[in-house]
Write a protein that binds this ligand. Structure first.
Ligand code: AMP
Ligand code: GLY
Length: 427
């Protein structure tokens, strides 16, 4: 069988790597892919990004299954297009993807269905938003409605920060948020205290199969300092997701979400990612939904998955998840992102990378993201460059192994956090 993975990041490299392990998969195409997928045996990059061109390719090549990595093509309706042409694809429809693509939609959905989340109100009018914020006080959270590559959220510790965020999001838009069709909107949300975790399931429209829990590190600097990024590292499992928290998340968040989406005529199939805030008493609430795997969560989760991902996703696209059980490596997986000079504000491109090909072993994989081949030489081509991912019998051992890998790789200006896993070490 041939499989097509859409996207170009570390998540997509991990998907391709894992799908290729299936006995039934003969080759994987990644569109457009990166330097790592270009070098991987059995994987081929495809220089296509237009949904219609991808569907033409899937049809001509008799692709058995297409898996979509990032949110943008999902929000643009690539699943609807493939399905209309009778092509098998794993991911939510455009309507179902609103759980991520519109924070206002997802907030209203959670309120309608009693899914635990922060209290919130949506505004199009800046003056009303300012007045509401003054009434609520700080800390308070201001979110732009619409996709913003992780940059559309301001956790304001002071009222001044909150007011500035409202003015920017409803005015100048310095963060570059992609507004939804009805224009600029902000969601103003209650600040939730606690510890975050990523809870991702495979959904087939009705049923959900939970993946292993994970946690990522969103801030660029050690000790969770500096600006937000797409994620500087991750590990799985996340100790904060105890068996009790796990059961509550399935019962109070995941199942009502799938039932609600189905009842509203938008059954959700695909990876459903609930970003959780778990308070000191172990009550989980939803920070946000994503309609895809996390990056770099995918790298650590897939490194621990023993089951055949291709088989699982084939079952999911047939609405047959009830027949599937997942097997996991008991070890901890921990991934450290190596980012380019200047990330996240202005990542530099074109630095030569050495060592990435030689450090890999049974317990260490280097997943590529912002890399490209230039005249056969590997160089940086984006903000997050590599995710060095290791397995170990404890968080500490996985961490030590991953940093051993990091130290064996070099490129000019490389930056990484030195404390990935610090929360898990405290548990
Ligand atoms: P989001 O894009 O909605 O995931 O928000 C990005 C980050 O902002 C989250 O991962 C949290 O760290 C933080 N955040 C978002 N909403 C809240 C909230 N209501 N309370 C506290 N922190 C939040
Ligand atoms: N690492 C967070 C995300 O993929 O949204």
């Amino acid at each position: 069988m041939k499989v097509l993975v859409i996207g170009s990041g570390g998540r997509e490299h991990a998907l391709a790597w894992k799908l290729l392990q299936s006995e039934r998969v003969q080759s994987v195409f990644v569109a457009p892919g990166n330097g790592g997928t270009a070098l991987q045996e059995g994987v081929r990059n495809l220089p296509l990004t237009e949904p219609a061109a991808l569907a033409d390719f899937a049809q001509a090549e008799k692709i058995a299954l297409t898996v979509v990595g990032p949110e943008a093509p999902l929000a643009a309706g690539i699943v609807d297009l493939f399905r209309a042409r009778g092509l098998r694809i794993f991911g939510p429809t455009q309507a179902a993807a609103q759980l991520e693509s519109s924070k206002a939609f997802s907030k209203a959905f959670m309120q309608r269905h009693g899914i635990p989340t922060a209290r919130a109100q949506t505004f199009t009018d800046a003056q009303q938003a300012h007045a509401y914020v003054d009434g609520q006080g700080a800390p308070i959270v201001i979110k732009a409605d619409g996709l913003a590559a992780g940059k559309g959220v301001v956790v304001a510790m002071t009222l001044a920060e909150a007011h500035a965020a409202i003015d920017d999001m409803l005015g100048a838009n310095a963060l570059g948020v992609q507004h939804n069709a009805d224009g600029a909107r902000v969601v103003v949300e209650e600040f939730m205290a606690g510890e975050e975790a990523s809870f991702i399931v495979i959904a087939d429209g009705q049923q959900a199969l939970a993946l292993a829990s994970s946690q990522d590190h969103k801030r660029v600097g050690d000790g969770d300092s500096g600006p937000n990024t797409g994620g500087m590292g991750a590990y799985s499992p996340a100790p904060v997701v105890t068996p009790n928290v796990h059961a509550r998340v399935m019962h109070e968040i995941i199942q009502p979400t799938l039932a609600g989406m189905a009842r509203e005529g938008m059954p959700f199939s695909g990876f459903l990612y609930a970003g959780l805030m778990i308070d000191a008493q172990g009550h989980p609430r939803t920070v946000e939904f994503n309609c895809r795997l996390g990056d770099p969560e995918a790298q650590v989760i897939l490194m621990r998955l023993k089951s055949d991902l291709f088989e699982v996703l084939m079952h999911a696209t047939e609405g047959q998840l009830a027949a599937v059980e997942l097997q996991w490596d008991r070890r901890t997986a921990l991934g450290v992102v190596m980012a380019a000079a200047g990330y996240p504000a202005a990542p530099r491109k074109g630095d030569a990378i050495v060592g990435a090909a030689t450090v890999a072993s049974e317990d260490l994989v280097v997943f590529h993201a912002g890399t490209a081949l230039a005249d056969g030489r590997l160089c940086t081509s984006g903000g997050r460059v590599l995710c060095v991912t290791a397995l170990g019998d404890s968080v500490r051992l996985a961490q030590a192994r991953a940093y051993e890998g990091v130290r064996a790789i070099g490129f000019a200006g490389a930056q990484w956090r030195s404390d990935i896993g610090h929360r898990a070490l405290r548990h």
